[in-house]
Design a protein around this ligand. Sequence first.
Ligand code: PGA
Length: 257
Amino acid sequence: MRRIIVAGNWKMNKTNQEVTDFFTQLKEEIKSLNLNNVSPIIAPPFIYLQNAQQIANDTEIKLSAQDISEHDFGAYTGEVSAPMLKSINVEYSIVGHSERREYHNEIDMQVGIKAQKLIDNGITPIICVGEKENEREMGMTESVILSQLKLIFDEMKAVDPTKIIIAYEPVWAIGTGKTATPHMAQEVHKIIRQWLAKNISNEAANQIPILYGGSVKPDNFEELLSQKDIDGGLIGGASLKIDDYMSLLNTATKISK
Ligand code: PGA
C-alpha cells in the first residue's frame, strides 16, 4: 500500500512569526488525527526550515525545501545545496516546479541533476512534471510528460523507489482555480506509472507515490484521492491556511487504498 502524502508548497509566503504560529497550531491539532499511512510534509522558504523543524521535531510532520542548487558548495551566490539541507536534517525537497522552470529557465536535465544530488544526500526529491495549457490544447500532454520523465531520469543513477516522489502538476491548473478533473489527472498519473514500469521497474511503478498538484482544495481533494493512481497532493494556496491544511489531512486519513 502506498502512503498518502499531503505536501504543502508555501512558495514565497509567510513571515517567521506566521510560520511559528502555523506550526505550533498544526502540532497541536494533528494530535486529534489518526494519521496511519498519511504523511504531512510542508515546504516553507529555506530560512524558516530550522524554526519549523524545531517546532515539529517530535511529530509526524516532515519538512521539505522548495528547490536546491545543482552544486554542492562554492561560488554560487544565493544558492542552497543538498549537503546543506542534509546538515540540518531536512528530508525532502521539491525539484522542477513549474515556477522554477518558468522564472528561472530550469530545464529537465537540471531537474534530474538536482534530484540525484538530493538522493546522494539521503533526501527524497519531489520531482514535478506537467504540461502547459497550449500543450494540452494541442493534444501533447502525454508526449510532454514522457519527454520530461525521460530527460529527468536520464540524469539519475539507480532509482530506489522508496526515496522518490513524483508530482504531476498541470501548469494551467496552478494557482488558477482550474483543477484538472479527477479523470484528467488519473489519466496522466496512469501514463506516468506505466512509463515507470516500462523504463525503471515494476517495483518503481508500484511504490513511487504520484501526487497531483494544481488548485487542490478541501472540496476537491477527496475525489482526486479516490482515483487509483493519485497518492496525495502538492498543494500551494490551500496549504497556507491551517484550517484548509487540516481539512486536507483529515480527508487523506479517511481514504485508504
Ligand atoms: P496551487 O499550487 O495549489 O496554489 O495551485 C500548487 C503548486 O504550485 O504546487
